[in-house]
Design a protein around this ligand. Structure first.
Ligand SMILES: NC(=O)c1ccc[n+]([C@@H]2O[C@H](COP(=O)([O-])OP(=O)(O)OC[C@H]3O[C@@H](n4cnc5c(N)ncnc54)[C@H](O)[C@@H]3O)[C@@H](O)[C@H]2O)c1
Length: 446
């Protein structure tokens, strides 16, 4: 079911993408490990809210089959088995999926604090891995995952599906063509004003120690007593999540890096406050961040759960020749139409100097409407997506890589860096200090 609650987020992530470009999304190719007619078998570690969407997307990719599922809540297992027509087998521990030699790929869609451990163990067990964003819970996690990918030679794709949307492909092409001129500023935001938007999700009425495996959920997190709010609303707690930065900003950073061919911000300043949803969380409900990129542009990221207003296009890319917005109304291009006009300043000069100023042919051409040469310019272009949902296309890319052994479209380095931006923002907000990135160590500067 499409999630209509957060339209701008969905629109931004390409909830209905045209099929991706032929080079990327063509039919699964027949080389590499998997033979022409072989099914690619998948085991799903966690089948929560997002993974149920992943499951439906995998079902749409030809030549794939979901053979095993694992989760810490019984209700989700039931739903996943139902969705696979009863074919997927339930396993009680994710390691059963890793030890099963007949499984080719695994998806990891647990809360974030589990990602590193499961991803590394899966790679070492010889699986190709699709891990949901954010790839990591800490920056160090990212470096450990990168090392495991290097050691094992397995494939890893991260699940920020927006970059597989046709909107973002189109935006990237427009930027690369120079149509926006020099881009120096990007603004992006996610604003919400509902309990669900603030991650206070309804808890299933059958949830209890009989249906929820609390120890399985906790895993590497600090020990705590059984708590259904923490289990079902884990994004609200630092033990399992980095809150707004890792949940929402990570999508924005993935996109910025993709569109701008950028690696990482060199420096970040940020503030985070908890103004309203105080009873339900220990992470902020409002975050503002500024990221400075060495490629020559600055990014403003902001999010509040206390008002849903987002300016047209929750994503604005501002260049000297034009702007792009990505949001509820699709992808929009606005050519710059600014004209030079210094009348109010020159008007304060002695009259003779003012008159002389306007006799200058360059000034006449540029500043006087009566003498400016007429021209017609296309100022607005709008693109709307239709067709395959971006998550399906993202999975087509993934399974294509699995068959061809070609690099994935969103590899471990991309996932590590996008998540690291979120970790930089959280560090800056917590310490109330500017933090910098050490490019040589792929880590926060000591
Ligand atoms: N790409 C996107 O647009 C998108 C959207 C939503 C969520 N996500 C990501 O997906 C991941 C999951 O989020 P969600 O919204 O589905 O959360 P969720 O709470 O709905 O699902 C998480 C599931 O993990 C299960 N789980 C916990 N520990 C486990 C373990 N040890 N073994 C097996 N299962 C375990 C839980 O029982 C739960 O069902 C997060 O990393 C989140 O950031 C991505």
């Amino acid at each position: 079911m499409p999630d209509t609650r957060h339209l701008s987020r969905r629109a931004f992530l390409g909830s209905s993408a045209l099929g991706a470009s032929a080079a990327l999304a063509g039919p699964l190719q027949n080389s590499g490990k998997t033979g022409p007619n072989d099914r690619v078998t998948a085991g799903m570690i966690a089948v929560g809210a997002r993974a149920q969407e992943l499951l439906e997307a995998i079902k749409q990719v030809e030549g794939t089959e979901i053979v095993a599922v694992c989760d810490a809540y019984k209700g989700r297992l039931e739903r996943a088995v139902e969705r696979t027509g009863g074919r997927a087998k339930i396993v009680s521990d994710y390691r059963e999926i890793l030890n099963n030699k007949s499984i080719d790929v695994v998806t990891v869609a647990t809360p974030d604090h589990w990602h590193k451990k499961m991803v590394i163990e899966a790679l070492k067990a010889g699986k190709d891995v699709y891990c949901e964003k954010p790839l990591t819970y800490t920056v160090d996690d990212g470096n450990e995952i990168l090392e495991a990918v290097r050691q094992t030679g397995r494939l890893l794709q991260v699940g920020s599906q927006g970059m597989s949307s046709q909107t973002q492909q189109q935006a990237r092409e427009m930027i690369r063509s120079g149509k926006l001129g020099k881009i120096t500023m990007i603004r992006a935001s996610y604003n919400r004003n509902t309990a669900g938007g603030a991650w206070i999700y309804p808890i299933p009425p059958d949830a209890s120690p009989a249906t929820v495996n609390w120890e399985m959920f906790l895993g590497p997190a600090p020990k705590r007593a059984f708590d259904l709010a923490r289990f079902f609303r884990w994004r609200c707690y630092k033990d399992y999540s980095g809150g707004i930065s890792t949940d929402l900003f990570v999508h924005l950073c993935t996109t910025i890096h993709f569109l701008m061919d950028a690696k990482m911000p060199s420096s970040v300043v940020a503030m985070g406050q908890l103004y309203r949803w105080k009873e339900s969380r220990d992470v902020p409900d409002t975050v503002n961040a500024i990221l400075e990129y060495p490629e020559g542009f600055t990014v403003n990221l902001s999010s509040t759960f206390n008002n849903q207003m987002s300016s047209e296009g929750s994503f604005q890319i501002l260049g000297t020749e034009g702007a792009l917005t990505i949001g509820g109304s699709g992808l929009n291009y606005y050519a710059e139409t600014a004209v030079e006009d210094n009348k109010w300043i020159v008007d304060s000069w002695p009259r003779a100097l003012e008159d002389a100023y306007y006799r200058d042919p360059k000034v006449m051409r540029e500043e006087l409407p009566s003498t400016r040469p007429p021209k017609v310019k296309e100022t607005v272009q709008t693109f709307r997506e239709a067709g395959l949902e971006a998550t399906i296309v993202h999975f087509q890319h993934f399974f294509n890589s699995v068959r061809t052994r070609k690099p994935t479209v969103e590899d471990a380095l991309a996932g590590h860096r996008a998540a690291a931006c979120a970790h930089l923002i959280n560090r800056a907000a917590e310490t109330r200090k500017m933090v910098s990135w050490d490019f040589s160590r792929e880590n926060i500067q000591a």
